[in-house]
Every structure is written in C-alpha cells, then in structure tokens.
Unconditional design. Sequence first.
Length: 114
Amino acid sequence: MKIVLFLSLVAALALTSVAPSFGAEPPSAQDEARKEMRAGNILPRRTLENAAFAAIGKPICRRRDESKADNCVEYLAGDYDSSAMAYRFKFIQDGHVIFVDVDARTGRVLRRSR
C-alpha cells in the first residue's frame, strides 16, 4: 500500500512539472520592446514616433473629426517587430493607410508606403 501511494505521488509530481501552464502567455511584442529599451538596445517609443511623424510631413490630427477639414493625418498605431528591431507606425488620411517603418535602434526611417 505504501508503494502504491509513493508511486502515485511520484506520478502526480511528474505530471505537474511536465504539464503546460495554461495561464502563462508568451511575452508580447511590446514586452520585448520594453525589455530591449531598458537594456539600451533600442530608442524610446516616443522618439521613434516623432521620427515617423516627421516622415509623414503633415500635421497629426488631434481629434477624429478634424482630418478632412484640416488636411491632417490620423495616427492609428505602432507595432514592434522584435526580429527586425523596427516599429511599423500606421496612419490614415482620406481613407488611405500609410505605413512608416522606423529602425528602433537608430530612429532612421526605413520605409514609407501608401
């Protein structure tokens, strides 16, 4: 009886150490960016956003309803790509999406596409 109890305890411990933790999620791209910035490998996001804003060459809309009247560009989002160590910033103007890719290490604009 003691052997059966011991073996079931060993089996239970083995299963809990091998079983995946369903609550844990892999780090997000933003978590990776934060880690890289703290390590000094990439520039702060605000600095990179400013480089993207300058590449657009038009004012950034402050309100959603001002884009058509003031010929400004609406800022949508910025996503970090940890493999390229670059941000892709997304803007919209007159129904057209504009992408600006910025090197996260240097702040250099890599590409601007419409």
